[in-house]
Design a protein around this ligand. Structure first.
Ligand code: HEM
Length: 481
């Protein structure tokens, strides 16, 4: 009996020692150099819950502010089961963005993208799909093909909203985006399939920055189910079209190298995963940013007035009031562009450079170890030396700036380096055309609208705009009343 208790005591002691050793190792990760200051939080969970607390979109999270005060602009932590370095040092963010090409995503997000995804598979495949994407979404293509489609969709949805008296900005923007991309990729779709594709996004859980446990009841499980459903739908449409010889959209023709001077061929599976990535990123960024922008506009009557003037002028300049928008019209929306830049500056309160360091990286006395996730925040957007009164929403500050560039020494809303956003021009175009059509009506945003961030943008009270009765603006004589 005594032997049994001795054995039990030994086993328990061993477990306790192993546990303490594991906790010690968790808190003090082994590296080849000195780690940036910080703490790793609780084992596995790390600081995830504190990091994910919702916060005002125009402020950095308290989690970040407190740690910057305690440790300085570069610190270590642990999020979603991964070791992470958070940096608010602009120069370092740029250096890491240029020197590393591996995206800094959690395991749950890599599951979502798929392990064969060409955007993440290898340096070569990444380069290849980036080039391809520029053919699809670069200014040349937008100019030739996209303005008209986005214009028609935005006009149609806005008319429908005005008839109903209200419209949810985020949801409408998402519909425009998905319909527009779906048509470009797959050509005309059977109405049922198109409807189901749009519906898939409804099943898609909002907060996809999660722990990676794929077990029933978790967000990742629901996410993977939604992913499977979408991929199946896209694949079925593609295969059906191939078999029947029906025409694909221009994107798919480019993807399969069927057009003049086209790119290398890729498998159907690769192509579908690539298209899916596109839909996913596009849908998770632009609609939220657009809704936040509309909220900022509605909170600033002087901005509203200036936008009204700009869009009235465009409509008045047309021989026919209902004539479609042209590339030149879009390019003439200078103040709208300034509003979009300013909105992106001030709402960039989540990291805009996300990388996984592929080699140890020396920063002064500290080492950022290989394999850690690097999250670079756009602190520079709030630097008073770069932006006067940085917390103010002031589109006029962009008056003499180059609005053609999406990256500068004080602007990284679309990231930087080898993974600089490839959809930026398309996002700006979509936002500007949406704003144009909104200003053809008399509208206001619901008072209770709030914009929060929990890594992604959140609208707990929705993002509805209301149209007033007899809402249409008569641009030749001002408002009808
Ligand atoms: C206002 C809307 C958008 C914002 C704020 C935004 C922002 C970003 C940011 C910060 C990155 C990461 C860059 C880095 O890590 O350095 C990124 C990458 C990316 N974005 Fe966007 N994005 C937007 C819209 C879009 C749209 C509409 C699309 C597609 C149609 C898109 C496609 C992509 C892709 C594919 C990447 C990964 C690029 C790569 O890995 O090479 N984005 N975006």
């Amino acid at each position: 009996m005594v032997e049994f208790y001795e054995l039990l005591a030994l086993v328990v002691s061993l477990i306790v020692v192993t546990l303490f050793h594991w906790i010690y190792q968790w808190r003090n990760p082994k590296t080849n150099g000195k780690l940036p200051p910080g703490s790793m939080g609780f084992p596995i969970i790390g600081d995830t819950f504190e990091f994910m607390k919702p916060h005002d979109v125009l402020q950095f999270p308290t989690f970040i502010k407190e740690r910057v005060l305690r440790y300085g602009p570069v610190f270590r932590t642990s999020l979603f089961g991964s070791k992470a370095i958070i940096s608010l040092d602009f120069e370092l963010n740029l250096e890491i963005a240029k020197a590393n090409h591996v995206p800094g995503i959690t395991k749950s997000i890599s599951r979502l993208f798929g392990k064969n995804n060409l955007f993440i598979q290898s340096k070569q495949s990444h380069k290849h799909v980036r080039n391809l994407t520029f053919q699809l979404l670069g200014p040349k293509y937008l100019k030739l093909k996209m303005v008209q489609d986005v214009d028609v969709l935005a006009r149609t949805y806005m008319e429908e909203g005005a008839r109903n008296g209200c419209l949810d900005v985020k949801e409408t923007s998402s519909k425009i985006l998905i319909e527009c991309l779906a048509k470009k990729v797959m050509g005309e779709m059977e109405p049922e399939a198109a409807k189901e594709l749009a519906l898939c996004w409804r099943y898609f859980p909002r907060d996809w920055f999660q722990f990676s446990w794929n077990i029933p009841g978790t967000g990742v499980y629901r996410m993977m189910k939604a992913r499977k459903r979408m991929m199946k739908l896209i694949k079925e449409t593609v295969l059906k079209k191939r078999a029947s010889g029906e025409e694909f959209g221009e994107f798919f023709k480019i993807i399969f190298g069927e057009m003049e001077g086209g790119a290398e061929k890729m498998s159907v599976e690769n192509a579908i995963e690539y298209i899916y990535t596109f839909f996913l990123i596009a849908n998770e960024t632009t609609p939220g940013i657009l809704a936040a922008t509309i909220k900022l506009i509605s909170d600033h009557p002087n901005v509203m007035q200036e936008l009204q003037r700009e869009h009235d002028r465009i409509v008045q300049g047309k021989p026919e009031k209902e004539a479609g928008l042209t590339w030149e019209d879009y390019k003439s929306m200078t103040f709208t562009q300034m509003v979009i830049y300013e909105s992106l500056r001030i709402t960039s309160t989540a990291p805009t450079v996300l990388r996984m360091t592929d080699h140890d990286f020396q920063v002064g006395d500290y080492t950022i170890p290989a394999g850690w996730i690097f999250m670079g925040y756009a602190n520079v957007h709030f630097n008073p030396e770069k932006y006067d009164d940085p917390l103010a929403f002031d589109p006029w500050r962009w008056k003499s700036e180059d609005l053609g560039s999406i990256l500068s020494k004080s602007y990284i809303a679309f990231g930087a380096g080898s993974r600089l956003c490839v959809g930026a021009e398309f996002a700006k175009l979509q936002m500007a055309i949406f704003i144009h059509h909104l200003f053809r009506y008399r509208w206001s945003m619901k008072k209770e609208t709030t914009v929060l961030r929990r890594f992604m943008l959140m609208f707990p009270c929705g993002s509805d705009v209301q149209f007033s009765y007899d809402t249409k603006v008569d641009n030749s004589v001002g408002y009808r009343s």
